[in-house]
Design a protein around this ligand. Structure first.
Ligand code: GRG
Length: 301
């Protein structure tokens, strides 16, 4: 992602948001590797699988959260005999980094379970864990990561933040279950899609943005704005993800393309195509079990 920022009205500077937090992202990557160390070697290698150096995914969520922390934290300078230092905000930043780590752990746990449900073959450019170590260990590794995320969450000693992120896990499960629905009435409704997408993708980003604000001592009003930002960012992220499933390649996606449609999942491009070509509804209703229906839908798209 690159974007341009208007600077002092006269010039435009180009910024790469990832580069702003690159150092912290590598601190988080190291910390994640330590947080998932397990007693039993088999579980350890399964849990570490997606936290190995070089297999890190896009790290979109930690990046958004660290940028949110930067935007919200007003440094509180403290005078000492050594001059003015910023100890309070250093400590706060570490707590906010922990939210980024917990968010990534919950995300990876959901990917592990998702790949089992979808029988996926690749993830993050390598064989998915279910293919390499089997479904059973993938499910257990996901459970293990969730448990480690809970312990890290509790260590923050903030009950509101614990409650927010615990609810996200329920939302992930709810969104995934909504996706399994078979009635065309629901599957073809934009309202249903947006609700499902909030649960499946945006809830994690929005609630963790809110957690960053709450830990930073922000007011309820500002915390809600952080939540809204995360919600919109999450919905937009899923919309782009939906489009990439049609336009991307296995190499660019790190996983198979056309996987949504082959699993009968009605994503945004299909919904908008139905608006223009209502006859596509009949094809969607059949659930894309016949590969010829996938080709037919691709023609409309
Ligand atoms: C065990 C927490 C838990 C949940 C179980 C399976 C399930 C319920 C939920 C699945 C949720 C899911 C996989 C949503 C898709 C969200 C999404 C856009 C994933 C892809 O994110 P990227 O592209 O992935 O940011 P990387 O690999 O780059 O991190």
């Amino acid at each position: 992602i690159r974007y341009q920022v208007h600077h002092e009205r006269s010039s435009i500077i180009e910024m790469d948001p990832f580069s702003l937090v690159a150092d912290e992202l590598s601190i988080i990557a190291n910390s994640l590797q330590e947080m998932v160390v397990a007693e039993v070697p088999k579980l350890a290698s399964a849990a570490e699988y997606f936290f190995k150096m070089g297999v890190e995914g896009k790290r979109f969520r930690p990046t958004v959260l660290l940028l949110m922390a930067t935007a919200l934290n007003i440094p509180i300078p403290k005078s000492t005999s050594d001059g003015v230092i910023d100890t309070l905000s250093d400590e706060l930043r570490k707590r906010q980094q922990r939210i980024a780590e917990i968010t990534e752990m919950i995300h990876v746990a959901s990917l592990l379970h998702d790949d089992v449900l979808d029988d996926a073959e690749t993830r993050r450019g390598i064989g998915s864990l279910n293919v390499v170590m089997g479904n059973k260990l993938s499910v257990l590794a996901g459970d293990f990561l969730l448990s480690r995320a809970c312990v890290a969450l509790a260590s923050l000693k903030n009950t509101e933040v614990v409650s927010l992120l615990a609810t996200v896990v329920e939302h992930l499960v709810t969104g995934e279950t909504m996706q399994m629905t078979t009635t065309c009435e629901q599957r073809c409704s934009l309202e249903y899609y947006l609700q499902k997408t909030y649960y499946k993708t945006a809830s994690l980003i929005s609630n963790s943005c809110k957690a960053i604000a709450l830990l930073g001592g922000q007011t309820a009003e500002v915390s809600l704005l952080a939540y809204d930002y995360g919600r919109n960012m999450g919905l937009a992220y899923q919309l782009v993800d939906d489009v990439l499933d049609f336009t991307g390649t296995s190499a660019s996606l790190g996983k198979g393309s056309l996987s949504d449609i082959r699993h009968g999942i009605v994503t945004a491009p299909i919904l908008f195509a139905i608006e223009e070509f209502p006859q596509l509804r009949v094809v969607v209703d059949r659930g894309f079990e016949d590969p010829a229906d996938v080709d037919l839908a691709l023609d409309y798209l």
